[in-house]
Design a protein around this ligand. Structure first.
Ligand code: PLP
Length: 380
């Protein structure tokens, strides 16, 4: 059976160039970057080059890039760093109700430690109104964490507007954005957005799982995440994961080089998909077309998404009933959008990558139609 993969927001296949870079580092330049002999200095040089490549793709300085093991680590680190730096200023955090669990869970943990967290709610379209942030902002707010692209809807949140608002209000709060779904999908630079902290993850861009980076604006005094041998300028000790870093850098470099073409291809493929789905499948509702080029959310009201996902899987299609991280739990994002229960229960996330074709879209549309004909509707 042919696999047709429409779940690029969950993870991506490793690019051959990224895999090759990792293999090269594992088998040739395998030294410990801290070792003083040539194999070590070669490895250190390679990490420095890779950091420069990731910085170039992000549009920031190399010394603002700190390698991490995943997006979750970057989000957790950014939040703990911000509350540490703001500890004498206050205990109020603002985030959104539609963040990834990698932001929501550390915020919940901080609530148990006496922090107050305001969760901004999206409007019916999934967008966070900037006025809601203005209303929530207080003199004791130490952190605003707002994602760039939502992983379940593809919606772009107003991060740059949030930065401008903080500046206008002369707020001392730090601004963090989870750009895991935005990196190499929408053009941005951390400086252009006006953020202090920004998270990316390798496995969403064709690099290996277990890789990521946190941008920490230069000039920001940072809190060590891991203490030990002093790697990553003393902020994240632990021998550098050179193969993961090499793969991340290779994928970032390729992504940066082909960005405009990549965005144009995905934008046109998604537009074609949404038009085709609606034409071919009468029962289908488009819940979010999303501004990001690679994600959209659709629903088959009356057909529970987990049943549909399994039905489609039997036919070779991989797509999500929401975020893969939820493992079937009801989505807090769709709940926050005030969708009807029938629409929520029938939600499917389709996320595209460069390997997807119009022909695959046509086949998915036919399979969705067949699902509505063969599966029993639970009624709504
Ligand atoms: N943030 C967002 C928006 C995500 O979509 C994900 C992964 O799905 C993460 C954070 C977590 O990234 P990682 O899987 O690298 O920990």
């Amino acid at each position: 059976m042919n696999t047709i993969y429409f779940d690029h927001a969950a993870t991506t296949r490793v690019l051959p160039e990224a895999a090759q870079a990792a293999v090269e580092v594992m088998t040739e330049s395998y030294g410990n970057p801290s070792s003083l002999y040539h194999l070590g200095t070669q490895a250190a040089k390679r990490v420095a080059q890779d950091r420069a490549l990731v910085a170039q793709a992000l549009g920031c300085k190399a010394d603002e890039v700190y390698f991490t093991s995943c997006g979750t680590e970057g989000d957790n680190w950014a939040i703990s760093l911000a509350v540490h730096l703001g500890r004498h200023k206050g205990k109020h955090i603002i985030t959104t109700a539609v963040e990834h669990a990698a932001v929501l869970e550390p915020c919940k943990a901080l609530e148990l430690q006496g922090y107050e967290v305001t969760y901004l709610h999206p409007d019916a379209t999934g967008h966070i109104p900037i006025e809601a942030l203005e209303e929530a902002l207080r003199p004791d707010t130490v952190l605003v964490s707002m994602m760039l692209v939502n992983n379940e809807t593809g919606i772009l949140q107003p991060v740059a507007e949030a930065a401008r608002l903080l500046k206008r209000k002369k707020s001392a709060a730090l601004l963090h954005t989870d750009a895991v779904q935005g990196f190499l999908k929408v053009p941005f630079t951390p400086k252009g957005l006006g953020v202090d902290l920004l998270t990316i993850s390798g496995h969403k861009i064709g690099a290996m799982k277990g890789s990521g980076a946190l941008y920490i604006r230069s000039g920001l005094r940072a809190l060590p995440l891991l203490r030990g041998g002093g790697q990553e300028k003393g902020l994240r000790s632990g021998t550098e994961a050179t193969p993961q870093i090499a793969a991340l850098a290779a994928a970032a470099q390729l992504g940066r080089q082909g960005l405009e073409e990549h965005i144009a291809y995905l934008t046109s493929l998604k537009a074609y998909a949404l038009e085709t789905f609606q034409r071919v499948v009468p029962a289908l509702t488009v819940v979010s077309a999303g501004e990001a080029p690679h994600i959209c959310a659709i629903s088959l009201p009356g057909y529970p998404s987990q049943v549909v996902v399994r039905y489609l899987s039997d036919k070779g299609f991989c797509l999500s009933s929401g975020s893969a991280c939820h493992r079937g739990k009801a989505s807090h994002v769709y709940a926050a959008m005030n969708l009807s229960k029938a629409v929520r229960d029938g939600m499917l996330r389709v996320s595209f990558g460069p390997s997807n074709t119009r022909e695959e879209v046509d086949r998915l549309a036919q399979a969705l139609l067949a699902a509505t004909q063969e599966l029993v509707s639970v009624g709504h």
